[in-house]
Design a binder for this molecule. Sequence first.
Ligand SMILES: NC(=O)c1ccc[n+]([C@@H]2O[C@H](COP(=O)([O-])OP(=O)(O)OC[C@H]3O[C@@H](n4cnc5c(N)ncnc54)[C@H](OP(=O)(O)O)[C@@H]3O)[C@@H](O)[C@H]2O)c1
Ligand SMILES: *[C@@H]1O[C@H](CO)[C@@H](O)[C@H](O)[C@H]1NC(C)=O
Ligand SMILES: *[C@@H]1O[C@H](CO)[C@@H](O)[C@H](O)[C@H]1NC(C)=O
Length: 320
Amino acid sequence: MDQLALLTNDPRLTLAATCVGGCVIALFGLKVIVNFYKYFLRPSKNLKKLGEWAVVTGATDGIGKAYAFKFAKKGLNVVLISRTKSKLDDCAAEIKEKYGVEVKVIACDYSNFDDKARAGVAKVCGKLDVGILVNNVGVSYVYPKYFSELKEEEVDGLMEMNVNSTTWMTHMILPGMMERKRGSIVNVASAAGVNTMPLLAQYSAAKGYITMFTRGLSVECAKKNVTVSVVTPFYVATKLAKMRKALTVPTPPAFVDMAVRWIGHGDVVVQPFWIHGVMGWVVNSLPTFLSDSVIMGMHAGIRARGIKKDARKAAEGKGN
Ligand SMILES: NC(=O)c1ccc[n+]([C@@H]2O[C@H](COP(=O)([O-])OP(=O)(O)OC[C@H]3O[C@@H](n4cnc5c(N)ncnc54)[C@H](OP(=O)(O)O)[C@@H]3O)[C@@H](O)[C@H]2O)c1
Ligand SMILES: *[C@@H]1O[C@H](CO)[C@@H](O)[C@H](O)[C@H]1NC(C)=O
Ligand SMILES: *[C@@H]1O[C@H](CO)[C@@H](O)[C@H](O)[C@H]1NC(C)=O
């Protein structure tokens, strides 16, 4: 006891503690300042310098549509790739009218991105000076579920739509960028691709694949003047998310307005919407057992509502 009292009275120890505490606070402060600069002050790159064309997958709705419109607004020509031809034509007409850029559309079902489908995309994109590729198309669960509850086609779709699409599109477009020594690939993963997500385990794993794919590629490509980054949003108000706009849930254009400001700077794993950045920081600061149980509880709640809705639909179906 006496020894402890002696130790705590030791001025050298007090000094050391103050230094360590000061350093921690200074580092944190520095991090806040750097992030503030990146989120709000850093000028955007001139995206037209990357190449004439931007290619966006899943480009007729939600986040992909917002990217396509934003690039067109900045004067890039765009290739829209998506499933439904009529929606593609509508989007293309709207973009041409609003921004007067060139637009190409490709109807492609990424749930079966086989060699034939890939050849169809390559035929259009192969000859173009593609400056930006956004691998946005993807699919999540209908609602959070235990992995054992997923149907076979859901298991397959999660891999095809998230993993195969991103991998093969990159394999197709990246060589041209490396040859031209300019370009940027933006992969759309999810906060689920960097955090533990119970009841979305396979979605989380598929997005985690995209995160690690990006991290490796970004280092490989750096010397070739090609940047590769991955965005990892929490909820964005789209059909896929089935969420309405809220403080923590931006609309796709609001999300993309912030996201495009990060393109080409060399940041690799990016949380472009600042409120999501704060959310991610909180999740990562909690002890794992706590964040795991909070997210598990949240997802269990959404699952319960999903099951109820399924049951209601089934009952209505029988009634007819
Ligand atoms: N929304 C969120 O909260 C959120 C959060 C984190 C990450 N993400 C990720 O963001 C990406 C975009 O999601 P979103 O919310 O914007 O989705 P969304 O609003 O549902 O839009 C999906 C787009 O992909 C197209 N698409 C769907 N299935 C397709 C298929 N089989 N083949 C080709 N195209 C297909 C759709 O076209 P059609 O209408 O013609 O089918 C549409 O253009 C996904 O990778 C998702 O995982 C979203
Ligand atoms: C998706 O990728 C896997 C692994 O390469 C492959 O076995 C599968 O055939 C791919 N799907 C399509 C439709 O090509
Ligand atoms: C790298 O790319 C930028 C456009 O992002 C371009 O302006 C620059 O000239 C390129 N540098 C080299 C060495 O090719």
